[in-house]
Design a protein around this ligand. Sequence first.
Ligand SMILES: Cc1ncc(COP(=O)(O)O)c(C=O)c1O
Length: 473
Amino acid sequence: MSQPLGDITPEEFQDAAGFLTDWLSNYLSKDSYPEPVLSQVEPGELLKTQPTEPPLKGQNPREVLEEFERELSRGLTHWNSPRFFAYFSISASGPGVLADFLSAGLNQQAMLWRTSPISTELEQVTLDWLRQGLGLPEVFRGVIYDTASVSTLHALATAREVTLPDVRMKGQAGRQLVVYCSEHTHSSIDKAVLMLGLGWDNLRKIPCDENLAIIPFKLAEQIEEDRKNGLFPCAVVVTTGTTSTASSDPVDAVADVCRKAGVWLHVDAAYGGPAALVEEMRPLFKGWERADSIVVNPHKWLFTPFDLSVLYLRDLDRLKQAFSLTPEYLKNDEQGRVLNLMDTGVQLGRRFRSLKLWMIFRCFGLEGMRQRIAFHLELARYLADQIEQSEHFELALPVNMSLVCFRWKGRSNEEQIELMNRLNQGGKFFISHTKIHDEILLRCAIGHIRARHTDIDLFLAELASLVEKPAAV
Ligand SMILES: Cc1ncc(COP(=O)(O)O)c(C=O)c1O
């Protein structure tokens, strides 16, 4: 009879874990500036480091991890560098990393309350803490998903169910549902409309004003016209903190339109939401307390290792109406008395993501979280001031939240991109760009937990030295 092989031994686990904690505690330390921030490997280069055949014999886990560090880590783009300023700068903080490690070891799967009471209940606890921090009314209850794209998909699926209560049985049956947003809304809305089978022809991009914010009366006109034409206005999506420029839509005025028209209001605060922890930023969010659903991503600007997105609903039962379905083999005694997370979305199984939020709240406190966000806002203003005084650069837009959009003065779009590429290839920093009214803007997104004034100073010095020396031909 063959012998069971089992897992690695506790000694091997400890040895490998010791190596890993030493490595990660250096990687996450205040003096850590891993470079190049943007990985400089060529496509396919890493494939060549690995055998094409699967490894036949097992190896010591520490050796495997050492090989990862030696051979593969150059394929990392360092999202966890304080000099990562591209897209939206994010950070996996120490408490969040520890929670993910613990969660992997515990392997909780919270499809039903009974399959992980702790994961189900900590989700309720932490999301209520966050709700209070954000200043949202008590009526909102949250659910955790992996990403904002998935949160928004669930919000719009719920809006569809509310607009057509018989959609579960009949499908759309020829009825044309319409979703409204602006050209600055994130592409996850387009994808959700696609996946729900609503059709892109039924996604209306409402015009924006000079602040890149949706114009409420244009929205109202469009909804009215669609209704007159026999269509079914289903949901409006507004954003507080758009992806390109961190601009914000006037949520309160849009909430008036939605209320009058009886249309679902979804607020995409995936990036910007954490700014609401800071009292002085609250006016930007005015009206979001009137929304039907709101998405906030702690994995963007709340020090939470990817992934963790929160969807708040004014009426959680509506989400459950859209998604609950219990096959015989999952029926249980607690049903009706507890929240079974499988009733809140497409997926049956759920990771123990709330443990990350719990650790972060417990280790930093709401006050610590607020101070960190406020510091990022201050750093963004500091960078903007320096740019305004610079002989080479100019602000392209007023600073929104922690995002600074700027341009190399008097230069073409091609030159902006060429400068960005040279900076990114240099390896010390990583930024990205966007295009507004046909102009390329360079984006510097601040939001890493270890970012400091010196990082901003060095960033500007690097940019200045690049514009002062001509590009190699
Ligand atoms: C405003 C906004 N909404 C949604 C998303 C999508 O986020 P996720 O990657 O969590 O799906 C992003 C991503 O940057 C975003 O900026």
